[in-house]
Design a protein around this ligand. Structure first.
Ligand SMILES: Cc1cc2nc3c(=O)[nH]c(=O)nc-3n(C[C@H](O)[C@H](O)[C@H](O)COP(=O)(O)O)c2cc1C
Length: 84
């Protein structure tokens, strides 16, 4: 798919099928895109945590009402000690 088509067809999903789980292959492709994102001076300070267990998803629900039933949540953080 051309990049312009990706931009034009993107949308915000606010209701997920609670019985569907992303495949390992799909998850790895998304994580790899995150790894390839530009970082200042390539310091790679981003840390991406994958939450899928019932315990992890419940912990996320304590902090935000915005999971919308998703069975996988990526928590994107940064290592402040790795930034200049
Ligand atoms: C400042 C700001 C605050 C937002 N807060 C929320 C929020 O609390 N909950 C939520 O589900 N989405 C939130 N969003 C995301 C928007 O609802 C929406 O999904 C996003 O801007 C993409 O818009 P579109 O897909 O409708 O074009 C926020 C967006 C912005 C810019």
């Amino acid at each position: 798919m051309e990049f312009n088509e990706v931009i034009a067809s993107r949308y915000s999903c606010k209701k997920y099928d609670t019985d569907k789980v992303i495949s390992e292959q799909q998850l790895e492709a998304i994580l790899q895109a995150g790894r390839l994102a530009p970082t200042a001076k390539n310091n790679q300070a981003q840390r991406i945590y994958v939450a899928q267990s019932p315990e992890a998803l419940a912990a996320i629900d304590k902090h935000t009402p915005c999971r919308y039933g998703a069975t996988t949540v990526l928590v994107v953080c940064w290592d402040k000690n790795g930034v200049f």
